[in-house]
Design a protein around this ligand. Structure first.
Ligand code: 13P
Ligand code: ZN
Ligand code: NA
Length: 283
């Protein structure tokens, strides 16, 4: 069955690697990341955004992830990405999610503390993981828009106070990454990661994983980032493989014919991310 991500991420932080957390939007995408985890013998976090929960249904996603977990030789957690809606959180928990992110980072600090704490209390009653965000990750995900100007970085002392007061299991501090592909290179504040990691013992989460140069990912992971979220790159790779099939055969009308290459492309991309994060071979 699906497991909570908490223990997986604590082990990752203690051993200085990160677990890849991959956003999926279709059954084939879910299968591709599971196959990659099997091949790499890596622990796995499958993620869905609120938009994808609305698109597919939390119950369908949880059912597919549960089948994967029951068949699999590697530990798999199912995580709800960036959610600010308590009722969506509750319906995902009910469906079987084992990890979730309460994103109240757009609220003032005291409100973020209160909202996160309430979710942690509910999650602790059933033993699932809660991730929260401090500061603001830049870019766009689903309908969450953060202008470059408002993309404020997390304050290390606030991180310590926040973890202490909320009991949150994992923390996503804004440290200069952004959702989507960067124009040029991201401007990651590595000193800030190190300072936060020295004040906070919970696993840290790196958002905006798409487009970060490999060396910068490795450095962030070595400093305490124990989960890396990847979404945009995977959507592009999956969709490009489908586009290529139609470019070569515009009349193709068998979904299996365009899904199989897309799955294969996604699987190799995810394998590469697992090698990069250091979670390959850690199952
Ligand atoms: P990217 O789309 O940049 O990979 O960011 C993913 C993410 O942070 C999901 O929460
Ligand atoms: Zn994110
Ligand atoms: Na990114």
């Amino acid at each position: 069955s699906l497991v909570s991500s908490t223990a997986l991420l604590q082990t990752a932080r203690a051993n200085k690697y990160a677990i890849g957390a991959f956003n999926v939007h279709t059954l084939e995408m879910l299968q591709a990341v599971v196959e990659a985890a099997e091949e790499a013998q890596s622990p796995l976090i499958i993620q869905s955004t609120v938009g994808t929960v609305k698109h597919l249904g939390a119950d369908y996603i949880a059912a597919a992830a549960t089948v994967a977990a029951n068949r699999s030789s590697v530990p798999i957690a199912l995580h709800l990405d960036h959610c600010s809606d308590f009722s969506v959180i509750m319906s995902c928990i009910r469906a079987g999610y084992t990890s979730l992110m309460i994103d109240a980072s757009h609220s003032p600090f005291e409100d973020n503390v209160a909202i996160t704490r309430k979710v942690v209390e509910a999650a602790n009653a059933i033993g699932i993981n809660v991730e929260a965000e401090l500061g603001k990750v830049g870019g766009v995900e689903d309908d969450i828009v953060v202008s470059e100007r408002d993309a404020l970085l997390a304050d290390p002392d606030e991180c310590a106070e926040f973890v202490e007061r909320t009991g949150v299991h994992t923390l996503a501090p804004a440290i200069g990454t952004a959702h989507g592909i960067y124009k040029g290179e991201p401007n990651i504040d590595f000193d800030r990661i190190a300072t936060i990691a020295s004040k906070v013992s919970v696993p840290l989460v790196l958002h905006g994983g798409s487009g970060i140069p490999d060396e910068q990912v490795k450095r962030a992971v070595s400093l305490g980032m124990a989960k890396m979220n990847v979404a945009t790159e995977l959507r592009i790779i999956f969709s490009d493989a489908i586009k290529q099939v139609f470019a070569e055969n515009p009349d193709e009308n068998d979904p299996r014919k365009y899904m199989v290459p897309a799955k294969q492309a996604l699987r190799s991309a995810v394998l590469a991310k697992m090698e990069l994060c250091g979670c390959a071979g850690r199952a």
